[in-house]
Each structure stands twice: as C-alpha cells, then as structure tokens.
Design a protein around this ligand. Structure first.
Ligand code: 5GP
Length: 105
C-alpha cells in the first residue's frame, strides 16, 4: 500500500532527511515527541513486521542502530525506540517504521 512515506522517499513531499542508503531512509517526524524524533523506514512498502522478510528486517535494524547512535551522539540524550504494528496498536502510517525518540528531559 502506498502511503505518505513513499511520497517522502520519492521527494514528492518535503522532509528533513538525516540518513539514506539504497534501501532505507531516515527522516524527522513531522510531529515529534521530542526534538530529533526520527523515523527509520525501508524503501519497500511493507505494512508491518508481519510482512517484511526476516533478512530485510535485520538490515532495517542495522540502520535503526546506526541512526540511534547518531542521534544519541548529536543530542547527548537517552533514546526510546518504538514500533507499532496495525491500527489497533497505534500505527497511523501503514508502512513499517521505527521511531527513534530522543529523551532529553
Ligand atoms: P505511527 O503512529 O504510524 O507509528 O507513526 C507515524 C508517524 O509518522 C507519526 O509520528 C507522524 O507524526 C509521522 N508522520 C505522519 N505524516 C508525516 C509526514 O508527512 N511527514 C513526516 N515527516 N512525518 C509524518
């Protein structure tokens, strides 16, 4: 399912991108829980952890770690990592993503 995140990947709508490689993108959340709140996504459109193949999930996790380390170093903060699957859990955008959330206070 195509979502707003595919539009971000394709630069059809603007975002503040902080990391990109061939298969992944990380960009600032438009409605951050805390300054620096970043979303990490695969470029392929998988809805949840139940659709993404395991090898691609593991690659995504490597990027989550890399982004979390960058945010921690930049802001000298703690980090929460959140990930919702299905609307009932709070997932608003049906394109798998990890929230990397700085904790400063
Ligand atoms: P979910 O609730 O699906 O786990 O999180 C979706 C996140 O995407 C929310 O934190 C929301 O603020 C963010 N979001 C929704 N639309 C946009 C957008 O157009 N641009 C950006 N940068 N973030 C978005």
């Amino acid at each position: 399912m195509t979502t707003i995140f595919t539009k971000i990947i394709n630069r059809e709508i603007p975002s503040h991108i902080i990391y990109e490689d061939k298969n992944h993108l990380a960009f600032l959340d438009i409605s951050p829980f805390e300054k620096g709140h970043t979303l990490v996504i695969p470029k392929k459109e998988y809805k949840t952890i139940f659709e993404i193949p395991e090898d691609e999930f593991l690659e995504l996790m490597k990027v989550v770690k890399k982004v979390a380390e960058h945010v921690e170093k930049t802001l000298n903060c703690g980090i929460n990592i959140w990930q919702n699957n299905k609307e009932i859990s709070g997932q608003e955008v049906p394109h798998i993503h990890f929230h990397v959330v700085p904790r400063l206070s």
